[in-house]
Design a protein around this ligand. Structure first.
Ligand SMILES: *Cc1c(COP(=O)(O)O)cnc(C)c1O
Length: 395
């Protein structure tokens, strides 16, 4: 098996002592009180198979979270499934809903697992460009309408806030997506793992809240990004009972059940914001994390500009994409992949070419050949070090 670009770049960071802004995992863990619940659960004997759908306390916490934030009403008995990370929810949903040969629509660039999972399900991956504009990356809505109409397309796999671009789909864009799904009777699987990590007052809107969409949408999230526990791998999917049931029948034979001692801890994490800060000083954890990420985004985008790149301002997630065409031309390199291989030596920083998130030969692949993704979910000290190093690129 060929190593992924992520493995190659992480190895390069290790070998050269470069600051690794390639892979997106936080330097700092999530709330202490949440860790405590997990540790107590292990020591207290919560170590055998939990219920297949997830423990009731976690299903109740997920339903309360969806009601509190979005006004979504979920039956905790039939409309929620706890999974092994969002990844398993996406995998099981695609395996359940995609017949061999059926088309699955995603935006492009896309989270790298999507291409592999669609292939695993035997689906045909159809993509719609996210286009770099002065207003960040925006979906090409006429391409979307056209792609949704293609014969054989059955499922639309959406991701907002979006990795790798940091785009947060606007209400008008979501309406266009919903309209395409309704017109062509598509099922929607929506990956909302960055739902709370948005900036500048931009709010995430779940597509399931749009008229006519709840009945055809599976909504997915997880503990990893919201609570800075990316290694815990507890996720969930909610939606109409018959769709959740189809996902459950696949999950049953993928992992059977998911991490027993983590489940009460994740329930506590989801309930944190309902607690009085005097009861738990970390009650405001998620809002503070989003505010701190926005500051770190600003620190990194400033440094990228000083280095001679053009960052496309993200409104959410852990990531910013920068257009490095001018830099690549000045250095006489071929593309962003070549730049990323040279970056550790040039300035002591590691990043990932956006081609890791495109399909070779696609329109988007060609359009984003000179674009590089950086993560800002690192400590301020790490980002300040990167900000000192990146301007070295400015000859
Ligand atoms: C990190 C990430 C995931 C994976 O979530 P897990 O809960 O760790 O499985 C899924 N989708 C996107 C877009 C991500 O960035």
């Amino acid at each position: 098996m060929r190593p992924t670009i992520f493995a190659e770049m992480s190895a390069l960071a290790l070998a050269t002592g470069a600051v690794n802004l390639g892979q997106g995992f936080p330097d700092d863990d999530g709330p202490e009180s949440v860790k405590r619940v997990a540790a107590d659960a292990i020591l207290g004997g919560v170590n055998q198979y939990p219920p297949g759908a997830g423990i009731p306390a976690l299903r109740r916490a997920i339903a309360a979270h969806q009601a509190r934030h979005y006004g979504i009403d979920i039956d905790v008995e039939r409309e929620i499934l706890v999974t092994t990370g969002a990844t398993e929810a996406i995998a099981a949903a695609l395996l359940a809903l995609v017949e061999p040969g059926a088309g699955v629509l995603t935006l492009e660039p896309f989270y790298d697992a999507y291409g592999a999972l669609i292939a695993l399900a035997g689906g045909e991956h159809v993509t719609v460009p996210l286009v770099p504009t002065a207003d960040g990356f925006r979906p090409d809505l006429s391409a979307l309408a056209e792609a949704a109409a293609r014969p054989g397309v059955r499922v639309l796999l959406l991701n907002t806030p979006h990795n790798p671009t940091g785009a947060v789909l606007r209400p008008a864009e979501l309406r266009a997506v919903a309209e395409a799904a309704l017109r062509h009777d598509l099922l929607v699987v929506t990956d909302e793992v960055y739902e709370h990590l948005t900036f500048d007052g931009v709010a995430h809107v779940p597509i399931a809240t749009l008229p006519g969409m709840a009945e055809r949408t599976l909504t997915i999230s997880s503990v990893g990004k919201t609570f800075s526990f990316t290694g815990w791998k507890v996720g969930w999917v909610s939606g109409p009972a018959e769709l959740v049931d189809a996902v459950r029948s696949v999950k049953q034979f993928l992992t059977y059940v998911s991490g027993a001692p983590f489940q009460p801890a994740v329930a506590h994490a989801l309930d944190l914001e309902t607690l009085d800060p005097s009861a738990d000083p970390e009650a405001g954890f998620v809002a503070e994390l989003a505010a701190s990420l926005a500051q770190r985004r600003d620190l990194l985008t400033g440094a990228l500009e000083q280095a001679g790149m053009t960052p496309l301002r993200p409104e959410g997630t852990y990531f910013v994409i920068a257009d490095a065409a001018a830099l690549i031309a000045r250095l006489g390199l071929a593309d962003a992949a070549a730049l990323c291989r040279a970056l550790p030596e040039l300035c002591g920083v590691v990043a990932v070419p956006v081609s890791a998130f495109t399909r070779p030969g696609s329109v988007t692949d060609a359009a984003l050949r000179h674009h590089v993704r950086f993560t800002f979910t690192k400590s301020e000290a790490t980002l300040e070090e990167a900000a000192l190093r990146l301007p070295r690129l400015r000859a």
